[in-house]
Design a protein around this ligand. Structure first.
Ligand code: FES
Length: 608
């Protein structure tokens, strides 16, 4: 039996089968739903508000949801069986727009793109010059670009009519050596490109006018694959679960990218089919899912992916909706867990050209660590996990409205909430702030244990000690509480943060050891990734996320991966540099080192 279910937003009426699981049904119909645990009932991120559809709460929902949520008709979509017609309200999905930004742009990038416009004026055919139309045009263009040119059949089909309509003159648009479009003579048609960063959580893109080099729109979108798992390993596992899942992941990702392209073009008032090239960066698994490649072996020792080289391919092979003959350039990766996004950060920050030791950390679901010295660039990937993006944290959330983004503990607990509303949860920067403050005030010990009021000896704790409580053996720190809701930091949350922090710090320590440098030798520390931008440097040092560098050496570079993708879009020499970086970077597989475990365990402790 089919039942009508209205989904708000986007206010769509769906015909769903009675008995279907709501989460699966939403995903099947292409409606994004944050559900990083893949429907196992552990992440609590798939909350939806129902009227009709199914009124009964399951035992798991009764245990996991608050009284207020139960009374308000909230459910976990993964636990709901559709029983009757009704309405499903989804929480508003907000994306941190900050993700869609370029960090280093202030820097002039010389304009030498792969997309070019070439004006032509051809001699007319005659009895003494009977060259065919394409031969005539190609001969002219080959002189201009000093090399052979090619085109596709679809362009040849329109060529003869166009040449005659325009009296054998016009503008050819070439991507590399391939002619992809013809414009009338004197045309001022746009030549656009798009730089894309495919993150595990967020997709970001920048639309660029390749005639001027100007970024004309930037935007971000939740990676729709999030519905199939929060991290790369769970996506790889999902792809194995059933035939067709790999294709589903690919389609979902491209659907998200196409939505992003529509929004970019709308905001810049440009046409999608004037985008002739896209440069793409992302971690290796995301690039595999974009290309529809088998990624299973990435997750299994010895961690071998299908492809690390750069790739040029027609956009239509991916169903990416730019010009029908537009091209996609995927930048090269370094290793299975150090992808083209890391290559792009190295390119953007010019780490490959440094003469003095520099450390860069891209903080995200995977924390990539890069250490550049005059001998070259060392890279490592650390399994930081989703804690910095709110994953596996009881009240964790992304940096959107309602998220506590910073804390000041003494003398009173002060915090700021994005959007100035009542707090709903904590985002990554808030989590680091809070844990660092609790450690500084002595409420957390060096091993990360939340101390009960009777165990706290530090005077700095003051009144904050009264916020600590023990519930069912588990200790919690109460951040906010009123009659309707509360936001707490649990002992388990602290453990999750320790794992993330320990992984990144161990990566830093081991790369320094490998390169034979000490923290005193490092001249500059660059924090990349949008989240990196919001970390309080002092607190990151207090916690021991990074070694005790002088604060003036620590700089934020924003979304370096996007900057690298942009450089590769604007300048072919930068694209060649990216190839060199990927070929020459020396990747250190941390899990293969005998000293990894001991270093990691040591780095779990707080402090420096
Ligand atoms: S709790 Fe429902 S998807 Fe995670």
């Amino acid at each position: 039996m089919k039942v009508n279910v209205r989904i708000i937003p986007p206010d769509r009426e769906l015909k769903l089968k009675a008995g279907d699981n709501l989460r699966s049904a939403l995903i099947e119909t292409g409606i994004p739903l944050d559900s990083p645990c893949g429907g196992q009932g552990t992440c609590l991120k798939c909350k939806v508000q129902l009227s009709g559809v199914s009124q009964k709460h399951t035992e798991l929902e009764l245990e996991k949801l608050s009284r207020e949520e139960l009374d308000g008709g909230w459910h976990l979509a993964c636990q709901v069986k559709i029983e009757a017609a009704g309405e499903v309200r989804l929480p508003e999905v907000e994306i941190s727009r900050a993700k869609a930004s370029f960090g280093l742009l202030g820097e002039e990038i010389a304009l030498q793109p792969n997309v070019r416009g070439i004006s032509f004026k051809l001699s007319r055919p005659s009895l003494s010059d009977q060259r065919a139309d394409w031969n005539r045009l190609a001969a002219y263009l080959e002189k201009q670009i000093e090399g052979p040119v090619s085109t596709e059949l679809s362009l040849l089909r329109e060529l003869s009519a166009r040449l005659r309509e325009w009296h054998f003159s016009g503008e050819a648009v070439a991507v590399g050596s391939e002619v992809v479009a013809l414009d009338p003579p004197g045309s001022t048609g746009d030549r656009l490109g798009v730089a894309i960063d495919i993150g595990t959580t967020t997709l970001a893109a920048g639309l660029v006018d390749l005639g001027t080099g100007r970024v004309i729109a930037i935007d971000a979108e939740l990676n729709p694959q999030i519905a199939f798992g929060a991290d790369v390993v769970s996506r790889i596992m999902y792809a194995q679960e059933a035939p067709g899942n790999r294709t589903k992941l690919q389609r979902e990702l491209v659907r998200g990218l196409n939505q992003l392209l529509v929004r970019l073009c709308r905001s810049a008032r440009r046409e999608k089919d004037r985008i002739f090239e896209a440069t793409v960066v992302g971690n290796t698994t995301m690039l595999h899912t974009l290309l529809g490649l088998e990624a299973r072996n990435i997750a299994l020792a010895p961690y071998i992916g299908g492809l690390n080289q750069s790739l040029d391919l027609p956009a239509r092979e991916l169903d990416l909706q730019i010009h029908p003959r537009g091209k996609v350039h995927v930048l090269p990766s370094i290793a299975s867990f150090v992808g083209a996004d890391t290559v792009a950060v190295i390119l953007a920050a010019k780490l490959h050209r440094t003469r003095t030791p520099k450390l860069a950390i891209d903080i995200g679901t995977n924390g990539e660590v890069m250490l550049a010295t005059r001998k070259g660039v060392l890279t490592a990937s650390t399994a930081a996990g989703p804690a910095f993006e709110g994953g596996r944290i009881k009240y964790g959330m992304r940096a959107v409205r309602g998220a506590i983004s910073s804390f000041q503990a003494a003398p009173e607990l002060n915090y700021s909430v994005i959007g100035g509303v009542a707090p709903k949860g904590i985002c990554g920067s808030g989590l680091i702030d809070l844990v660092a403050e609790l450690y500084w005030t002595g409420i957390l010990d060096q091993k990360g244990r939340i101390l009960l009021p009777a165990e706290i000896s530090s005077r700095r704790a003051g009144k904050l000690a009264s916020r600590v409580r023990a519930r069912k053996q588990a200790r919690e720190f109460v951040i906010f509480s009123d009659e309707k809701r509360e936001v707490v930091l649990t002992q388990q949350d602290v453990r999750e943060l320790q794992l993330a922090k320990g992984a990144i710090r161990a990566g830093v320590e081991l790369l320094m050891k490998e390169a034979g440098v000490t923290s005193g030798d490092i001249q500059e520390v660059l924090l990349a990734g949008v989240f990196g931008n919001y970390i309080n440097r002092e607190r990151a040092v207090t916690l021991g996320l990074i070694p005790p560098f002088p604060l003036e050496k620590i700089h934020f570079i924003g979304n370096g991966a996007m900057d690298g993708a942009l450089k590769a879009l604007l300048n072919l020499e930068e694209r060649r540099q990216a190839e060199k970086i990927a070929a020459e970077a020396h990747h250190i597989e941390l899990s293969g080192r005998p000293d990894f475990e001991a270093t990691f365990l040591r780095c779990l402790s707080f402090g420096n």
